[in-house]
Ligand binder design. Structure first.
Ligand code: ADP
Ligand code: ZN
Ligand code: ZN
Length: 741
């Protein structure tokens, strides 16, 4: 018998099956989905692969399968093959998402100590290229790099144990800047020593009950149905999820619940433990060590865990007898992967739910336009919750016109109204959150004499001034530079700093409210060492007066003592170069507003903006989703944007712009020729950010409804490009990407 095997490799040329002979003694042990170790090419070490099919005979001379590993189900292999086509990636990339992380069981110790963990330092694509092109020769180096690629955040002893390489080799890779070592506080496993105070379920309100019963019906009738629970913050969505899951478990089935990575806080996990205990719960997210991930995965495979809560990739958890999939905050962008494989967890969830004949539940206070559109068209069943479950009232929202403030001679970052509100809040010992979606100090540096702007030398974008380090930083590649005081073009000293970031805001707040305590949360303060959870915990436990932060502060946290939320500049998300600018603005503002007055204390929200009449800002003031949706949908229809089509972006990047241009134009012509008229194919152009890390970037944008035929054609075109072996040129196809730049 011959097994058809997919090699575990990123190389595009290897995205096909290879034939291997199954030795008689292994014949009864190999199924579709079994991981195998096989000799490959002239390599001394065995390669990893997966069996994806069988045949009687092979036309080639074949080698034997050497060893067996873990096993996936046939359904998983089917899904991986489908994903490979749909998301233009290798089957093995998808299989990897479905596999038990790590290979051996390891008891993880829970301590409060600092440990050292290892991350990739160099860009992953660059490393892969160096491996493929033979620049990295040592097998041990390759092995370690591949291991860290799959297990970022592993400790050095873990790397030693799993790769069998000595720590000295890891250190060499650190010295040569392939890897970096980071100190990290060991986070307590949230499930470990939690006191279990079982919570009772609530008597559902009429609205909750109505939603529950509709979904219950689909469960009882064992059929697929997609639901959208559209309910304002605090309307009791989570309570419905909990009671649905309870039902599922009683019927001896299992549940997957996805939440955005950043909302996967101890708070939500606690609510699940209180209801179900920790025995039956598994938690999957990126901060777990490999040992922990391995244990959680095993707990699932051995059917000890009945419920999985996790971020995007938890959709691949190997649950048996799945009964329901729930995706909370379904509008969140983190459900779409932006690196290879570029999958959409909502799409995968639907695929799985259909296959298993179970309901899929999406929940949000600000549903994605695409989702709501489907609900309007009855593709998704809409369930509405309009009242807060604990009777707290929605905050009062006020919009401040910054143009008016300027006209009144107020040049500070705070309007008079916001200033007084903060002052009052400090006096009352209530907490305030200030939101500004730009980090750093100044976002734009220009010579007033000749108009020269300081840009990153690797990327074609403005450098941001960071006052604490007194440096200029590129937010795309991390390149840093000393402060510019003289213009390199004209020699003038009239250099000016424009734009406001969180650092400048913090400084200003400290100046204006010297007695108030502040804490800042953005990518610069949230590091691998200092998690956002810790900052939020400090904010809550130490009753710090003011939390200043970017996007990170808006997601699902619950602070009873926060009564004031100030948005410093609502315009920053309106000005992004993306068709979803209005949608993002509405979602962010509504979510930020939802942080105020969540319990007994009444909340107040002040939004400052230069565009007070913009409809997404107005709709968020009224907390009127419908009004926003209607206006936005009309715009999308006129301009032909999703949900009226899909957007496919083909990205090319290379050091050599000539190669890109050549390939991009050829690709363009081929697409034009092959894709029927219903597609709008735009000419290849440099991307809005046309250079990142010294690599030039071009893109082709295609608008239309992607179906199996187009997917197939694009896959063929991609294959042709790769067969030409164009050195460092990278091509990626992304369907409905989060970012168009
Ligand atoms: P959401 O997920 O929509 O933000 P939650 O489920 O977290 O809402 O509910 C908000 C608050 O109301 C929570 O404190 C929750 O315990 C409470 N709650 C939910 N359902 C009920 C109910 N039926 N009766 C009383 N309180 C409820
Ligand atoms: Zn100048
Ligand atoms: Zn840069």
């Amino acid at each position: 018998m011959i097994a058809q095997v997919i090699i575990n490799s990123k190389a595009k040329q290897l995205n096909r099956t290879f034939d291997y002979n199954i030795p008689t003694e292994l014949e009864d042990l190999i199924y579709i989905g079994t991981k195998v170790l096989i000799p490959f090419g002239r390599k001394k070490e065995l390669e990893e692969g997966y069996v994806v099919g069988f045949k009687e005979k092979s036309e080639f001379e074949v080698k034997d399968i050497a060893k067996l590993g873990d096993r996936l189900t046939e359904k998983q292999i089917k899904l991986a093959k489908w994903m490979s086509k749909r998301y233009f990636c290798n089957v093995s990339d998808c299989i990897k998402l479905m596999q038990t992380p790590g290979t051996r069981t390891k008891q993880n110790k829970v301590t409060d100590k600092m440990i050292q963990v290892v991350y990739l330092k160099k860009d992953i694509d660059e490393i892969e290229y160096e491996i493929e092109s033979g620049k990295i020769k040592s097998e041990k180096h390759k092995k370690i790099l591949k291991f860290v690629r799959d297990n970022e955040g592993a400790t050095i002893p873990e790397i030693e144990e799993y790769t069998g390489c000595a720590r000295g080799i890891v250190n060499t890779l650190i010295k040569n800047e392939y890897l970096e070592k980071v100190e990290k506080k060991v986070e307590r496993n949230p499930l470990q020593d939690k006191k279990i105070l079982r919570s009772q379920k609530y008597e559902l309100t009429d609205e909750q009950k109505n939603a529950f019963v509709s979904i219950e019906k689909a469960i009882d009738e064992k059929r697929f149905e997609e639901f959208l629970i559209y309910g304002i913050t605090g309307s009791g969505k989570t309570e419905i999820y909990l009671q649905l899951i309870e039902k599922i478990i009683k019927e001896n089935k299992t549940a997957i619940m996805l939440v955005p990575e950043i909302s996967l806080t101890p708070q939500i996990i606690e609510r699940f433990i209180e209801r179900f205990g920790k025995q039956e719960l598994a938690v999957l997210h990126s901060k777990l060590s490999i040992g922990e991930r391995h244990d959680e995965w095993k707990k699932i495979k051995e059917k000890r865990a009945k419920i999985v809560i996790g971020a995007r990739s938890a959709i691949f958890a190997p649950m048996g007898n799945l009964g329901i999939i729930i995706i909370d905050e379904e509008h969140d962008m983190s459900y779409k992967a932006e690196s290879n494989p570029r999958y959409d967890a909502k799409e995968i969830a639907k695929k799985i739910a259909k296959e298993e004949n179970i309901p899929l539940i999406l929940g949000s206070a600000t549903p994605a336009i695409n989702t709501f559109y489907k609900a309007q068209n009855k593709e998704i069943t809409l369930l509405k919750l309009t009242k807060r479950a604990n009777n707290s009232s929605l905050p009062q929202v006020k919009i401040i016109d910054l143009k008016q403030e300027l006209a009144n001679g107020n040049h500070s970052m705070l309007s008079m109204e916001l200033y007084s509100a903060i002052e009052e809040n400090i006096k009352n010992k209530h907490q305030t959150i200030l939101f500004l979606n730009r980090r750093g100090y100044s976002t734009f540096i220009m010579c007033r004499e000749c108009g020269y702007t300081v840009k990153c030398k690797n990327c074609n974008i403005s450098m941001t001034y960071h006052s604490y380090e007194n440096k200029l930083k590129c937010h795309y590649c991390g390149y840093e530079e000393k402060l510019v005081t003289t213009c390199p073009e004209c020699g003038s000293k009239k250099i000016r700093y424009f734009g406001t970031g969180t650092q400048k805001l913090e400084q200003e707040i400290k100046k204006q409210f010297p007695k108030a305590s502040t804490i800042r949360m953005d990518i610069d303060t949230v590091t691998k060492k200092n998690s956002h959870e810790e900052i939020l915990k400090d904010f809550k436990d130490k009753n710090i007066d003011i939390l200043i932060g970017t996007q990170m502060v808006v997601k699902g946290h619950h602070f009873p003592n926060v009564t004031l939320v100030g948005v410093i500049a609502a315009d920053s998300s309106l000005n992004i170069d993306d068709y979803r600018a209005n949608e993002r603005t509405f979602q962010i503002l509504t979510q930020v507003a939802g942080r105020a007055g969540r319990e007994k204390l009444e909340g107040k929200v002040i939004i400052q903006t230069y565009n007070p009449d913009n409809f997404s800002i107005q709709a968020s003031r009224k907390q009127n989703y419908n009004e926003f949706y209607e206006t936005e949908l009309e715009l999308r229809k006129q301009l032909k944007y999703p949900p009226f089509c899909d957007i496919i972006v083909i990205r090319f990047d290379s050091i050599d712009e000539k190669i890109i241009k050549e390939v991009a134009i050829k690709t363009y012509l081929k697409i034009k020729e092959k894709i029927a008229e219903e597609f709008l194919v735009f000419k290849p152009m440099p991307a809005p950010i046309d250079k990142i890390q010294n690599r030039c970037r071009w893109r082709i944008v295609i608008k239309g409804n992607i179906d199996e035929k187009t997917t197939m054609l694009l896959n063929e075109i991609l294959k042709e490009i790769y067969n030409k072996n164009l050195k460092d040129l990278r091509v990626a196809i992304d369907v409905n990407p989060n970012s168009m730049i």
